[in-house]
Design a protein around this ligand. Structure first.
Ligand code: WT7
Length: 653
């Protein structure tokens, strides 16, 4: 990989923080000053302030055996107690923890006192089933209160959860059950999606089928009744949640576990195909989750209503639905269904209904709403919103500005948060109230987090240059390893800059003239055109800034003359499809990219498509588009949200 990634897209819009916002902001410049003066002392302060320790720690960081870190390791705590009981003990038992909204508009409200009681009962249920400290429990549930209750109950008894996203297949479940040696699976009959019940239990049954896959480590399957759809029953293995929990008492005293006790495993895809079980532990993770949630989202727990649209199957659902908000005593909304069920304004109805103040979503959803048109959100009262967040991929400046104008009433700050399953919590983000915002940039490392952009030798690139994003010092919420595979952990994240001790994130980034950070996408996606390294993200941004375009994906295809050629796949806006012939549209878009970035970036080919191949978390699978662009047979599509998309694209071209 050559030293630099060229960056050619210039975005000059700036949004200074509003004085009123700054006046009440949680994060002040003192935070960064304290962190810069004494990084480890700063983290120790955060850990003491935000977490209640059963036994206080005296050691902050043990980095004597890199890359295996230990944070606060002589301290002990109970993570679930920190998210529940302590708020009740502090007199906040009547505060709403969760406003849950089911897709068919059924609702459930849980105060901190009620949630604590439910988690205690579920903890007793698991104990009665013989689950003990260190055992693994797979959770395969829709976004219903029992999902949060299960995670916290597992944490409360010192077991380890592995949440498997409800859209994953039987094979994915089985691979995760086997890798972790899970003892119990918690699932549901089904969950609501797009106006119908989507069954879940059949996938669990198939995953655990002995004749198909041999005996598994699972001895109990707990089934929540949600969809009311019929299920096959395996006597001796299956239990209804409501039956089992009815036998469990609501007395449970949380016991403390060491700070480095494993909290959860969450699988993420790797380049080799075998999913990586990312391991997070207790004290450092909770510190990172609570700290970032409070400061990045400017949480005023007594007045804010927070909503992250993420599913608990992703790290965002772990850190910014369960652990961060609940550790901070926040009131939040949780929604089971899809953004457009039963109609395209559902999300905005929910914001209006609960008077949501802090909202966290993904760029892919924002672009989806842009495509549908601003009249849908414009017909709702979104005036309660005071901060918007973005996560998952670079948010292109056009989508950023649309998000702020149409959803945020032209006034809310937007925090574009960069992080990963592996980092556990947000690493790079503007701090609202402090940072002057730049649309499209994640901007600054959080106080306490050490980030750099380096060349292939690990030397920092200059301002105005691009390179590889690294984290140069250990941080509390960092992954502690890959479950059962320490060598893969070292090779994947630490080998590239082993002499410097840097964590390599796999992303390209650039520093602008102010030193702010712009993410350029995974380095695997970087193209090399006539010796220039071009970022897919920048060309995609240029395409989306054209009024014809709703969404774009760019790949490099092998080219005899230029090494790689830029190939763009674009979805046109519904309202624009009829306005121009396809040939004229392609010509207009090529010219537009040439104008926005430069001739070097002009796509050689522009293909107009109806859909783009995406994973279930909304990431575009450029690898598959590269197959199409290079005329190859399309590779493995099993992790696509909709596996038929590639057939449609290939056929159309
Ligand atoms: C990868 C991590 C972190 C929760 C969701 C994804 C990309 C994430 C941003 C952002 C640009 C981003 C990176 C990163 N990414 N946030 N704000 N700007 N890119 O978690 O599945 O572990 O994916 O998502 O490429 O490495 P994940």
């Amino acid at each position: 990989m050559p030293d630099n990634i060229d960056n050619l897209l210039v975005e000059t819009r700036r949004f200074a923080p509003d004085e009123a916002f700054t006046g009440q902001a949680v994060a002040t410049p003192a935070l960064a000053e304290r962190a810069a003066a004494d990084r480890l002392g700063f983290w120790a302060d955060q850990a003491r302030e935000l977490v209640t320790w059963s036994k206080p720690f005296t050691r902050v960081l043990d980095w004597s055996n890199p890359p295996f870190a230990k944070w606060f390791d002589d301290g002990s705590l109970n993570v679930a107690y920190n998210c529940l009981d302590r708020h009740v003990e502090a007199g906040l038992g009547d505060r709403v923890a969760i406003h849950w909204e089911g897709e068919p508009s059924d609702t459930r409200t849980l105060t901190y006192a009620e949630l604590t009681r439910e988690v205690k009962r579920a903890a007793n249920m698991l104990l009665d089933l013989g689950v003990t400290e260190g055992d693994r429990v797979v959770i395969y549930l829709p976004l219903i209160p029992e999902a949060v209750i299960s995670m916290l109950a597992v944490a409360r008894i010192g077991a380890i959860h592995s949440v498997v996203f409800g859209g994953f297949s039987a094979e994915s479940i089985r691979a995760r059950v086997d890798d972790a040696g899970a003892k119990v699976v918690i699932t549901a009959d089904g969950g609501w999606r797009k106006g119908a019940v989507s069954p879940l239990k059949p996938a669990v049954d198939e995953a655990l089928d002995e004749t198909l896959h041999g005996a598994s480590t699972v001895d109990t399957v707990i089934v929540v009744k949600r969809g009311e759809n019929p299920v096959d029953w395996h006597d001796g293995r299956d239990l209804w949640w409501h039956d089992a929990i009815a036998r469990s008492g609501d007395d449970h005293v949380a016991q403390a576990f060491p700070a480095e006790h494993p909290l959860f495993i969450l699988y993420t895809s790797g380049t080799t195909g075998k999913p990586k079980g990312i391991l997070h532990t207790s004290g450092g993770y909770l510190t990172g989750a609570a700290y970032s949630h409070r400061n990045v989202f400017d949480l005023h727990a007594d007045t804010d209503v927070y909503w992250s649209t993420a599913d608990i199957g992703w790290i965002t659902g772990h850190t910014y639905v369960v652990y961060g908000p609940l550790a901070n005593g926040a009131t939040q909304v949780i929604y089971e269904g899809t953004p457009d069920s039963p109609e395209p304004g559902r999300w905005w109805d929910i914001i209006e209904k609960y008077r949501v103040t802090l909202f966290y979503a993904a760029p892919t959803a924002i672009r989806g709403f842009m495509k549908a048109g601003r009249q849908i959100p414009a017909s709702r009262d979104l005036s309660s919103l005071r901060l918007l967040g973005s996560v998952g991929e670079p948010i292109n400046p056009e989508a950023w500005v649309w998000y702020r104008d149409v959803i945020g009433g032209g006034i809310t700050p937007i925090v574009d948060t960069w992080w990963q399953t592996e980092t556990g919590s947000i690493m790079i983000s503007a701090l609202p109230g402090i940072t002057t915002l730049k649309p499209g940039a994640a901007q600054v490392p959080l106080p306490g987090v050490a980030i750099d952009v380096v060349d292939d030798h690990g030397e920092p690139v200059g301002r105005g240059e691009g390179g590889l994003l690294v984290i140069t010092e250990p941080w509390p919420s960092m992954l502690r390893g890959i479950w059962g595979d320490p060598d893969r952990y070292r090779e994947t994240y630490w080998e590239k800059f082993a002499d410097k001790g840097y964590y390599f994130a796999g992303d390209g980034a650039r520093k602008d003239d102010d030193g702010d950070i712009w993410l350029l996408g995974r380095v695997d996606d970087v193209m090399n055109v006539s010796g220039h390294r071009l970022s897919t993200a920048e060309i995609e941004s240029a395409l989306v800034s054209h009024p014809l375009v709703a969404e774009a994906a760019v790949v490099g295809a092998a080219d005899e003359t230029t090494g790689q050629a830029v190939v763009a796949f674009v979805i046109l806006r519904t309202s624009q499809v009829e306005s121009m012939s396809p040939d004229d549209a392609v010509a207009a878009l090529r010219a537009h990219v040439g104008h926005e970035i430069g001739a070097i970036a002009k796509p050689k080919t522009v293909m107009i498509v109806q859909e783009l191949p995406k994973t279930r978390s909304g990431k575009i699978m450029r690898r598959l588009l590269r197959d199409v662009a290079e005329g190859r047979e399309v590779g493995d599509t099993t992790t696509l949200a909709d596996t038929s998309v590639m057939t449609v694209i290939s056929a159309a071209l």
